[in-house]
Design a protein around this ligand. Structure first.
Ligand code: ZN
Length: 324
């Protein structure tokens, strides 16, 4: 009877429960992914208590891990390795130009079972001050670029995170009109803060998470410190009894997309080459203004006070993130 009631509650809440007992090959102590949460853009429009009243229907000690601004090798790849070793599924908000520059990494993200949404085409500064026409170009441009990198429009989820969390009512109305779910976050790690050590990032993330008890965690997969912090953070989450929830959008998605040869360049003009061999990355159970936000996003740091060391070292990406 209890099972039937629980099942009923799950169906009503639009929640699909996956096998939480799924094992992680080669890592019996892995954090793992406890369940999938399927959401419909019609039911959820604004998510994340940093900026909104609404957020995901998570239970106590459940977290959703999200990464913005990538992909950017080698950090995105290091982070993917860490997630794979722990069987943790995350949600990525990719920047269009970054995706066009690194399509093989975009496909790796997808083929390793993570959810992919978008984060504009060029991540312009002060998104909240753009004209709605410019917002439209940025949103559509990002979607087009990430779709091109994936090679399959169905692989992309209708999830969007506003660059710099620079929201306005008009932007949110526009996104809702496009049936895009606007993601803010519940726990900001501020991993982009200059000089943040991996330890400091983890400490800050856990302190904020423990205050809220659950939520969407915001990170950026373009930083060395974040890549170094992630293994520690996942260990802390496990030690503190947190469970990872993987969010997927309602609807059919391909099991995988064809892999691309990893190209030793970020030149956007280079056409990706489809690998002839079958994809090796199996999609495992994949279908299974309180605060302005200004202090909560790298845009305001990078664009106002210059590029971080990581960005400086990522030659070629400097232009990608130049102020518009
Ligand atoms: Zn961003």
């Amino acid at each position: 009877m209890r099972f039937i009631v629980a099942l009923f509650v799950c169906i009503v809440a639009g929640v699909s429960v996956s096998a939480s007992a799924e094992t992680c090959p080669g890592n019996p102590d892995a954090l793992g992914t406890s369940r999938e949460l399927t959401i419909s853009p019609g039911d959820f429009t604004l998510l994340g208590t940093i900026q909104y009243k609404q957020t995901l229907p998570l239970k106590d000690h459940e977290v959703v891990i999200t990464f913005d601004d990538g992909p950017l090798p080698p950090y995105t790849n290091i982070i993917l390795d860490t997630l794979a070793s722990q069987c943790v599924k995350a949600t990525y908000f990719l920047v269009g130009q970054m995706a066009r520059a690194n399509p093989s990494v975009v496909r790796r993200i997808y083929n390793e079972g993570h959810t992919i949404g978008t984060h504009s085409q060029r991540h312009p500064h002060a998104f909240e001050h753009l004209s709605i026409q410019r917002v439209e170009r940025e949103v559509h441009g990002g979607i087009n670029s990430v779709t091109a990198a994936l090679g399959d429009a169905k692989a992309l989820s209708p999830f969007f995170r506003v660059p710099g969390l620079g929201r306005t009512n008009a932007i949110e109305r526009f996104l809702e009109g496009k049936r895009l779910v606007t993601w803010s976050a519940d726990v900001d790690t501020n991993d982009w803060w200059r000089g943040s050590s991996p330890g400091a990032i983890v400490k800050r993330a856990m302190r904020r998470l423990n205050t809220k008890g659950r939520g969407i965690i915001l990170m950026h997969d373009i930083h060395r410190a974040t890549a170094m912090a992630l293994p520690i953070l996942l260990k802390e989450l496990k030690a503190n009894g947190y469970e990872v929830v993987h969010v997927v959008a309602e609807g059919e998605r391909p099991k995988s997309v064809p892999e691309l040869m990893a190209l030793p360049t970020t030149d956007e003009k280079v056409s990706p080459t489809v690998r002839t061999s079958a994809p090796s990355g199996a999609r495992q159970n994949h279908r299974i203004k309180k605060d302005s936000g200004r202090r909560h996003h790298p845009a305001h740091s990078y664009y106002q006070s210059g590029l971080s060391d990581d960005r400086m070292s990522a030659l070629g990406h400097k232009r990608t993130f130049a102020p518009q």
